[in-house]
Design a protein around this ligand. Structure first.
Ligand SMILES: NC(=O)c1ccc[n+]([C@@H]2O[C@H](COP(=O)([O-])OP(=O)(O)OC[C@H]3O[C@@H](n4cnc5c(N)ncnc54)[C@H](OP(=O)(O)O)[C@@H]3O)[C@@H](O)[C@H]2O)c1
Length: 270
């Protein structure tokens, strides 16, 4: 299945590189951009090609991935509308634009076309994205499988209801920033106790990365984080002392409030 990337920026290149690293033939990839630099560079790196226009790209691929910023998407859809609607169910359009619903895109196309809305996160850059997708009814099983395979190649991908995008966006799209804040705060505590900042950051990041891996393995065996907490809090020990202090200062409550605030803001923007 050939894939055309309209926009060859940060996210599109992370997806394309991940797909090729996972075994996709780079020759099946086609790129465009706005200024004629990123698309040729990416095509050369991955063994793909460059299309002379967005409409020309839409003519020749099976999946079109819209990788432009959300405010540019309507204009780009305008450039490919005639080709896509003429091709009917032969071509599937995939959007990674934050906040652009299936209904909005369908209105831009002025017709029912196979559409998939996808939300990857920043960790796509290292092949560790947590991605969600939802699809319009006209998307075929083969098209959906191709899109899932594409995003599984840059991390993990789940299908959710479109109404759950705001909470998914908070839990997976915003949470990396909160985790960076948590890492920085813990490292500052290390500095307070005499460690150099850079070393403290590396220690905390590895500890949190390992903990996240452990949770992912445990969940597969129906073990929840609360059970892991009980395993590592020995009676009268340091961990339970720290846990009670952190909860006293509102650790769980502050994270739940962060999700509530992000979901509320998403609804305001949408
Ligand atoms: N970055 C993230 O972590 C992240 C996470 C989730 C979702 N997203 C979504 O991913 C999308 C892209 O974000 P990004 O961070 O990858 O942006 P980016 O790095 O700025 O890339 C945007 C790309 O769009 C190209 N472009 C602009 N107008 C175009 C046009 N008319 N035709 C063809 N290409 C055009 C640009 O071309 P030039 O290279 O020539 O300027 C650039 O290659 C956004 O919708 C965003 O919401 C991003």
């Amino acid at each position: 299945m050939s894939i055309g990337f309209i926009g060859s920026g940060a996210m599109a290149s992370a997806i394309a590189r991940g797909a090729v690293a996972a075994g996709l033939d780079g020759a099946t990839l086609v790129f465009t951009d706005a200024h004629g630099t990123h698309a040729p560079a990416l095509a050369e790196e991955l063994g793909g090609s460059v299309a002379p226009s967005n409409a020309a790209l839409a003519e020749r691929v099976d999946l079109i991935l819209l990788g432009v910023k959300p405010h540019l998407q309507s204009d780009v859809i305008g450039e490919i509308r005639a080709v896509v609607t003429a091709r009917g169910e032969d071509v599937c359009v995939v959007s990674i634009a934050a906040g652009r619903s299936l209904e909005t895109m369908e209105t831009d196309f002025g017709a029912s076309v196979p559409l998939v809305r996808v939300m990857p996160n920043v960790n796509a850059q290292i092949g560790e994205s947590m991605t969600a997708l939802c699809a319009s009814e006209s998307v075929s099983d083969a098209q959906l499988t191709a899109v899932r395979d594409l995003f599984d190649s840059i991390g993990r991908c789940v299908r959710i209801e479109e109404q759950d995008f705001p909470v998914f966006s908070a839990l997976a799209g915003c949470s990396p920033a909160w985790v960076f804040q948590i890492i920085d705060a813990l490292a500052r505590a290390g500095v307070r106790h005499g460690l150099p900042k850079q070393r403290a950051v590396a220690i905390v990041a590895q500890a949190l990365s390992g903990s996240a891996q452990l949770v992912l393995e445990a969940v597969d065996h129906d073990v929840i984080p609360a059970q892991l907490i009980d395993q590592v809090t020995s009676p009268g020990g340091t961990t339970i002392a720290g846990l009670i202090a952190a909860e006293g200062a509102g650790l769980s409550t502050s994270l739940i409030m962060a999700v509530d605030a992000a979901v509320a803001r998403d609804h305001e923007l949408g």
